[in-house]
Design a protein around this ligand. Structure first.
Ligand SMILES: Nc1nc2c(c(=O)[nH]1)N[C@H]1C(S)=C(S)[C@@H](COP(=O)(O)OP(=O)(O)OC[C@H]3O[C@@H](n4cnc5c(=O)[nH]c(N)nc54)[C@H](O)[C@@H]3O)O[C@H]1N2
Ligand SMILES: Nc1nc2c(c(=O)[nH]1)N[C@H]1C(S)=C(S)[C@@H](COP(=O)(O)OP(=O)(O)OC[C@H]3O[C@@H](n4cnc5c(=O)[nH]c(N)nc54)[C@H](O)[C@@H]3O)O[C@H]1N2
Ligand code: SF4
Ligand SMILES: [Mo]
Length: 709
């Protein structure tokens, strides 16, 4: 890859620049970029940062290929073709920003809520992710966005039981003696946690995967419990049934630090192993054995991840699983307990950073997970302008046909800030070039470890690319927003994110710039709930939740089944008999890196894994071109016949860009916009389909980016 030398400043010294990986990944690695003559020549993981331990994943090891890709967007452009066609013409920044400001002013004069910001975690930086952009849209009075697409169901479910997104320190997993990997595939999605799991195993731990799919991680575990998708809540109830029936409890912990044990005991009495086995599609003996191990091996750690909350009952399932460590007192040990996300450990001054006080009273909120419906059906007012950054909704949001129909609306004014011409960028009226992590400043919290991280810029912006923060700063000037908060520098924004709080003691932007990272001021042997201290209304681990009761939900853990399954939707299941899940793949990060040629080559093509019995029943052979379809849409894929899936389940890993797939559609063509029980999250893995052979010749060949653009 030849760096864009005319566009980087000349700097004759060789420098090592400390940064942080910006991606939506729990590991938030510390990066060291070697820069020579203004060009980044090497990127490595920092050896001194304990979670990173000097290692990067395969994707970010290719970050220089991505940064210096000939496909990078380098100049502002305006659309000249039809929406979706992807034909653009270069314009200057002044024309781009003047056009956007004029359009937003005209719409806002009528009703600013017709404008929608649409962003997610393309970068997780506090500055480039959620600072000046929020201030801008708050002042404008635009509709608010409910950012539900990834983690909301689990986060809300967890908070009913524990009070917040707090949990174990990932560095402590090495001393766990039993590790349940529940709805997570860390070999793919959190390789640094996986390193700890491997070390724990070397020290004698037993590792068990609970996952419908034999993922790369499940295949390496001591045991793999392949339950039916969306039945995790029932499994957790069954485990608690056995723990209570066999008195494998920490009575003292329950007495001191939990609320509602008697109610819980009554509830779980309904979930005998035989009943749970039938719901989950596994053996009763497996449930009993797992409960006995969980109740007796100490310390026991549960690494649960968002993979199990993308079904109708995902929120309640997470709440239910989160009851387990309190029953056995696993929280007493720093190597025991549970980790979903450590994100809630960070004291972040959101109100100051995002200036939430600028939001006009009564502003409506739109759920990002149903953007297809919002763009096509919403009125009073309809969405007339959308500004997309840090996300690629046309590829990643559920029910693609509706999302595409929405973005194709001729009367929708669309601005996209991007590194690349993604599926979403193809629908932009104005397409703006964004800087990558090597080109801008930021600070990062993490949802997997406990360190604040710096990202110092390593190189000058390529071409005319600008940081998100700068684009919104300049737009604010054009809109006439004169509050001084719109003039804050990136470093000032970063400083305002650091809340005054004992856990942030000693942490500052200055110190971070110097040191690269700083651990939160929490004990080395961090055990957040060893002595209770749950941030719930009662201060206890809430088996019984008054908050849920007030909202009209069952106040006790319960089982909320999937919406689309043979058990709950038999008529639908007769037409679409296969359960379909589409979890992350190793070489892409959601749709990011989907355009990096060397990583595409590792993934080969969009594939769907089928059990030999299901394949035989449909006359499908390994390598055949197949069509995966339901009433919402269809995509084509190459069939892989494997024992990684149970009969009745099919799996396609990773989010390809629609335009790089053989049939022009990715997995989200079939996923649904139905929402989860708590948190109004998406139900990507609650989806029935049918798979049939299709004529390979009828399917157009993929066009890989580096060759065609
Ligand atoms: N390489 C890579 N890393 C990533 C990502 C990526 O796309 N690629 N994505 C990042 C993002 S945005 C996130 S949110 C995180 C975490 O993203 P997650 O979606 O939690 O991903 P995984 O940890 O891979 O775990 C998903 C696992 O859950 C399983 N699963 C699916 N349905 C169910 C179910 O109903 N029950 C149970 N028990 N298991 C189920 C899947 O088979 C899969 O093995 O990963 C991040 N890391
Ligand atoms: N079927 C199915 N669908 C899924 C999932 C699944 O498991 N299955 N996973 C879901 C999950 S967990 C998530 S989190 C979502 C994620 O979906 P997205 O939030 O869309 O994440 P990415 O696909 O990584 O896209 C992020 C985009 O942000 C851009 N970007 C990165 N940094 C910057 C920056 O500094 N400035 C600007 N302007 N742009 C930047 C990148 O180039 C990239 O195109 O997808 C969801 N969709
Ligand atoms: S994607 Fe995750 S594992 Fe890879 S470098 Fe970034 S933080 Fe580390
Ligand atoms: Mo995510």
């Amino acid at each position: 890859m030849s760096p864009d030398s005319p566009n980087v400043h000349v700097d004759s010294e060789r420098r090592a620049v400390r940064g942080a990986c910006p991606h939506d990944c729990p590991d938030t690695c510390a990066l060291v970029t070697t820069v020579e003559n203004g060009v980044a020549i090497r990127i490595q993981g920092a050896a001194g940062h304990a979670p990173t331990n000097g290692v990067l994943c395969t994707k970010v090891a290719k970050y220089l290929d991505r940064t210096y890709s000939p496909d990078r967007l380098r100049y502002p452009q305006k659309r000249v073709g039809r929406k979706g066609e992807g034909r653009f013409e270069r314009i200057g920044w002044d024309e781009a920003l003047d056009t956007i400001a004029a359009k937003l002013k005209a719409i806002a004069a009528d009703d600013p809520q017709a404008i929608l910001p649409y962003s997610y975690a393309g970068t997780m930086g506090q500055v480039q992710g959620s600072s000046m952009d929020r201030r801008f849209f708050h002042k404008l009075g635009a509709s608010l966005l409910d950012r539900t697409i990834c983690s909301m169901a689990g986060k809300v479910g967890l908070s009913y039981t524990l009070g917040a997104s707090l949990g174990m320190d990932m560095e402590r997993f090495v001393d766990s003696k039993l590790i349940l990997l529940w709805g997570t595939n860390p070999v793919t999605s959190s390789v640094h946690l996986w390193g700890r799991v491997v070390e724990a195993r070397r020290r004698g731990a037993k590792v068990i995967a609970i996952d419908p799919y034999r993922s790369l991680s499940a295949a390496k575990c001591d045991q793999h419990i392949a339950l039916l998708p969306g039945t995790d809540g029932a499994l957790a109830l069954g485990l608690m049934h056995v723990l209570i029936a066999e008195d494998l409890l920490d009575r003292d912990y329950i007495e001191r630090y939990t609320l509602g044990f008697d109610g819980l005991a009554t509830r779980v009495a309904e979930y005998a192993p035989e009943r749970v086995a039938a719901i989950c599609g596994i053996d009763a003996a497996t449930i009993v054995a797992l409960a006995r191990e969980y109740g007796t091996i100490k310390p026991a750690a549960i690494r649960v991840n968002y993979g199990m909350q993308r079904t109708a009952g995902g929120g309640m399932a997470m709440r239910t699983i989160a009851c387990l460590p309190a029953l056995t007192g696993a929280w007493r040990d720093s190597a025991g307990g549970l980790l979903l996300s450590s994100g809630g450990t960070y004291p972040i001054a959101r109100a100051a950073l995002e200036r939430t006080d600028l939001i006009p009273a009564g502003t409506r909120t739109i759920n990002m997970s149903t953007i297809g419906d919002a763009l096509t059906t919403m009125t009073e007012p309809p969405i007339k302008a959308i500004v997309v950054y840090n996300t690629n909704p046309v590829a990643v949001a559920p029910e693609s046909e509706k999302v595409i129909a929405g973005f194709a609306r001729e009367d929708l004014f669309t601005v996209v800030l991007e590194h690349f011409q993604t599926d979403t960028a193809d629908y932009a009226d104005i397409l703006l070039p964004a800087t990558t992590q090597l080109e801008h400043f930021d600070i990062h919290a993490s949802y997997g470890h406990l360190y604040w991280m710096i990202n110092n810029p390593a190189i000058a912006p390529l071409g005319e690319a600008k940081p998100n923060s700068e684009v919104f700063r300049q737009l604010a000037v054009r809109m006439g927003f004169d509050d001084p908060c719109f003039r804050d520098s990136d470093e000032a924004l970063a400083q305002s994110a650091l809340a005054a709080h004992p856990d942030n003691a000693g942490i500052s932007v200055e110190a971070l710039k110097e040191q690269g990272w700083q651990r939160l001021a929490v004990p080395e042997s961090y055990a957040p709930f060893a002595q209770g201290n749950f941030p719930t209304p009662s201060g206890k681990c809430e088996f019984f939740s008054m908050r849920l009761q007030k909202l009209g939900f069952d106040p006790l853990p319960a089982y909320h089944p999937p919406r689309e399954s043979a058990a709950t939707a038999p008529a639908l299941a007769r037409r679409y008999p296969l359960a379909f899940i589409s979890p992350p793949t190793r070489n892409f990060l959601n749709s990011s890196f989907g355009n990096v040629a060397v990583l595409q080559a590792l993934e080969t093509a969009q594939r769907v894994e089928l059990h030999p019995d299901d394949a035989a029943a449909r006359g499908i052979a390994d390598g055949d071109a197949v069509r995966v379809h339901n009433d919402r849409g269809e995509f084509t894929a190459t069939a892989r016949i494997t024992g990684n899936v149970r009969p009745g389940l099919c799996v396609a890993l990773g989010i390809w860009w629609h335009k790089d797939t053989a049939g022009g559609r990715n997995i989200n063509a079939v996923t649904s916009q139905a929402l989860t029980d708590f948190g109004a999250g998406p139900t990507f893995y609650d989806c029935l389909v049918e798979v049939g052979k299709c004529d390979a010749a009828a399917v157009r060949q993929p066009s890989l980016h580096d060759e065609t653009r």
